[in-house]
Design a protein around this ligand. Sequence first.
Ligand code: UD1
Ligand code: CA
Length: 474
Amino acid sequence: MHSMKQTLDSLPVDVVVMAAGKGTRMKSRLPKVLQRLAGQPLVQHVLTTAAHLQARSAVVITGHGAAEVEAALTASSPTTALQFVRQEPQLGTGHAVQQAVPALADDGLVVILSGDVPLTQADTLQALIAASGGTRLALLTIEFADPTGYGRIVREGAQVKAIVEQKDASDAQRAIREVYSGIMAVPARLLKPWLARLDNRNAQGEYYLTDIVKFAVADGVEVVAHTIEDALQVAGINSPVQLAQLERAHQLRQAHTLMEQGVRLQDPARLDVRGQLACGQDVEIDVNCIFEGQVSLGEGVRVGAHCVIANCTIAAGAVIHPFTHIDGEKLGVSVGEGALIGPFARLRPGAQLAAEVHIGNFVEVKNSTLAKGAKANHLAYLGDATVGERVNYGAGSITANYDGANKHRTVIEADVHIGSNCVLIAPVTIGAGGTVGGGSTITKSTAPGALSVARGKQVSVANWARPEKKPKAK
Ligand code: UD1
Ligand code: CA
């Protein structure tokens, strides 16, 4: 057993991803493999799984929308060495893999995947690789109650003898319920000569990759089937309906994983995680929340209904009230321990909130640091600001951080009280413990402890008579 593991560990894996198909039934301008599941292109899921296999290389076969597919994958910079080959025109799955031959080394085990089958798990592929052992042709198979459309696994006794496509199958073969998933592992040194022997003399006039099973049998190479029961792992996408169905199934699965870790979901069917969500103990999430990118929720964090939270770290005990929108994009957002955010709050990239900060309804925070206990509870904007401890920032106040050309910082030192409807024109510093009177437009920095008022003086005219409406001329 030990030596077998060693042999497999030293066996380089090269992944081939078929992604040339058109996806006519999606009725979309976007190539099918770039349609998104859980926020990521379908083919990106496949490459992420390949990266988990520690594959030496990945060869993606493109055709329809090739330039777009290649650009999207190059930009996402996966860890595995990525190569592209083009298949034009598309003459079948065997023809597709033939295009990859020049890109494949002879000493590797080739794992063939489809760009439109996003949810295959790495451990399934590891088992398939082990079944091949670097010497056998290993097929991933599954039994379906309704196998219509799939290639059937034809056996003699236990021995796999062929894969027969639906359109070429006899009635007896069509009754076979074990089907080929579209995924196989095959040593490159066997695959290459087999691909050279393919022809297109079949019902569809295509070069079938599945015909290599016959060649293996003829050459005395063992063919093994690794059978799984989990249909989601081999489900391909051909239409918007199938995409939506797989999305819900995948989301429900993620929700169950979170609940198994102890997360309390008000309704597992009303959660969407498009990325990685890490949760501490006793996290509670209400309905219809969406998490994107990398999100981490500390112990005891509560997230209210209808929040959208992306690329953000939320520390223990913080409460995110309903309808809050947080997106850290590349800079990230951090929310400190025991902070209270929302309802209807908006935290943008670079918002860094310390412990016990309060951000209330219709408050927007961007690229700003708020120290412990600072509060902005109503209708306000803090952009490019440094806010000290215990500052109280009044309703309707804004930092005017942009002069039309450049952005400038506003510094509000500890214990400052900013009244309502103030405009702080940056760059400006409000000295510690100072107060700014409501309605002030502050253009000059203020000294610590000062009261600053910058608004028109109030004028009251005693006993003033309001003009009267003139009678209409006839
Ligand atoms: C294929 C298998 C079938 C299996 C089924 C599982 C063959 C001949 N048949 O059938 O046994 O049960 O998958 O879903 O392999 N593609 C290309 N270039 C081509 C043709 C296809 O890149 O010229 C890509 C498609 O975009 C797709 C994948 O290969 O990602 C599979 O092609 P598809 O047409 O769906 O194969 P099936 O006929 O369904
Ligand atoms: Ca298919």
